[in-house]
Design a protein around this ligand. Structure first.
Ligand code: NAG
Ligand code: NAG
Ligand code: NAG
Ligand code: FE2
Length: 466
């Protein structure tokens, strides 16, 4: 069975919330009230599942999650049903009682590439004209079935505020070590957004995409409350990244493979390192993405007085000091140098003065000294991250998955500042246009901060590294 325990259609009325004015964000899998028959249905479903019979089709939303579509005052809600149904979000600002506002969207069928050709209906609804910084309550679905109520805060507008993010990659449906703490942090309102830097579920396509279903359900307590922003990793590659493209709704019109968005004083660019490795899906994608990156970086630099930080996220790093044979351990890594010396990203990012490059793929945490072409460009010996003369790289891929942690080579490289082989995730606080704070949380050490540093760059002459 799918194990979600969602077995029957719910009535279109919202009476459930009269007794429970607001459902705690942490509890979504257990209904406060159960239909007397639902226990039987569960049993039945379970025994059917064991024999491999198909799931009972349901119009009750699952995998509810948010993303920011890039226009101020908006938020996209994405969810799954197992039969076609209308796509509506009801929302409002009161914690309990009726939800007066409505938004309509569309659903598209997604057929997984596995032998069972399982079919999901992915619903997308964008809420607009949200008041900046205001908390909203919503539910999604249709008369055939509604989700629980969730709440989120609309992102603030403009550049003069201090976004807080959680950043990590490589989180699976099994051994998702960082998730319990991320849920608690989320409930306490610690973040404005999540950046998941590739590699989801391990893998979303597995078991005819049931692992993807399980993963999307698992992250719901976080992702239904915060924009969950993504980029593709190698684990998404099956069927040309089809599960990734179908299940997430990122800004732009490129199926979430590459896009950018503004958040307070930062411009955040998400891209696919995978175009350099899965050439069977199209060599032209390398060039296409590169041109797009170049153009986006030029635009971002024209706007740099307003949004000084340029932050990139991509799955496979250019550098790493892990004890494996991954691309980042090669001197001429493909991400850094491109294919046959063309379309390399290090020169591009350096030339356009990218401040911070977020990576994952290695299941560990590593911080680099400011670097370009293997040379360390500290701001100064004692304050390496104040006026750095090259981009700063962070590799944060230790959120937890079945592949466990990746060891480091014994002798740290001269460009490697901090290495942590523990489960955890990164907190990023973009304080203002000149100050950015990074902390690494260890889940092995019960939330202890195991790395902490400030990146400081003056506004003046921001683009150039000299
Ligand atoms: C894979 O997907 C990309 C983007 O969605 C598309 O441009 C490309 O043609 C696809 N490749 C194949 C082999 O279908
Ligand atoms: C960069 O700064 C760090 C910390 O002060 C120092 O250990 C390292 O040697 C410096 N590297 C260079 C090349 O200056
Ligand atoms: C940013 O915040 C830091 C730390 O509070 C402060 O020292 C600095 O002056 C601020 N910069 C700007 C441009 O406001
Ligand atoms: Fe990976």
């Amino acid at each position: 069975a799918d194990g979600t325990g969602r077995t029957g259609a719910e009535s279109g009325t919202d009476s459930r919330t009269d007794s429970t004015p607001f459902l705690p964000l942490s509890v979504h899998h257990h209904r406060p009230t159960m239909h007397p028959l639902s226990g039987w249905c569960l049993l039945l479903l379970f025994s059917m599942g064991v024999q491999g019979a198909p799931e009972t089709p349901s119009a009750i939303p699952e995998h509810v999650h948010l993303s920011y579509p890039g226009e101020p005052g908006s938020m996209t809600v994405t969810w799954t049903t197992w039969v076609p149904a209308r796509s509506e979000v009801q929302f409002g600002m009161q914690l309990s009682g009726p939800l007066p506002l409505r938004a309509q969207g569309t659903h598209t069928p997604f057929v997984d590439g596995g032998v069972q050709r399982r079919k999901l209906y992915i619903h997308r609804v964008t809420l607009r004209k949200l008041l900046p910084g205001v908390q909203y309550v919503y539910r999604c679905g249709s008369a055939q079935g509604w989700s629980h109520r969730f709440r989120f805060k609309a992102l603030k507008k403009g550049v003069h505020w201090s976004p807080r993010l959680a950043v990590f990659g490589d989180m699976g449906a099994d051994n998702a070590k960082a998730l319990p703490r991320l849920r608690r942090d989320t409930q306490q309102g610690m973040y404005d957004a999540i950046l998941h830097v590739g590699d989801f579920a391990y893998n979303m396509d597995q078991d005819n995409a049931r692992v993807g279903d399980r993963f999307m359900q698992l992250i719901e307590p976080v992702a239904a409350s915060l924009p969950y922003m993504t980029c593709p990793g190698n684990h998404e590659q099956r069927y040309n990244f089809s599960n990734y493209k179908a299940r997430f709704s990122m800004p732009g019109d490129n199926e979430g493979l590459w896009y950018s968005w503004d958040l307070g004083p930062a411009h955040i660019i998400s891209f696919s390192t995978e175009v350099y490795f899965f050439l069977q899906y199209g060599r032209h994608l390398v060039q296409k993405q590169f041109r797009w990156l170049e153009n986006d970086l030029q635009k971002a630099n024209k706007n740099r007085a307003a949004r000084p930080w340029i932050i990139t996220m991509g799955h496979r790093p250019m550098y790493c000091s892990n004890a494996d044979l991954d691309d980042c351990t090669m001197y001429e890594s493909k991400v850094r140098r491109g294919l046959r010396g063309k379309y390399g990203l290090e020169d591009l990012f350096y030339k356009h003065g990218v401040d911070l490059e977020l990576w994952a793929h290695e299941h560990s945490y590593e911080r680099l000294w400011p670097i370009y072409n293997y040379e360390v460009f500290n701001g100064s010996l004692h304050q390496p991250y104040t006026r750095p003369r090259g981009p700063v790289h962070i590799i944060t891929g230790s959120a937890g998955c079945e592949e466990r942690l990746t060891p480091f080579v014994i002798k740290p490289r001269p460009w490697s500042a901090v290495r942590v082989k523990e489960y955890g995730y990164t907190r990023m606080h973009i304080l203002n246009g000149t100050h950015l704070h990074i902390q690494q949380v260890s889940d092995d050490q019960d939330g202890k901060i195991v790395d902490d540093f400030w990146l400081v760059r003056p506004l003046h002459g921001r683009m150039m590294y000299h």
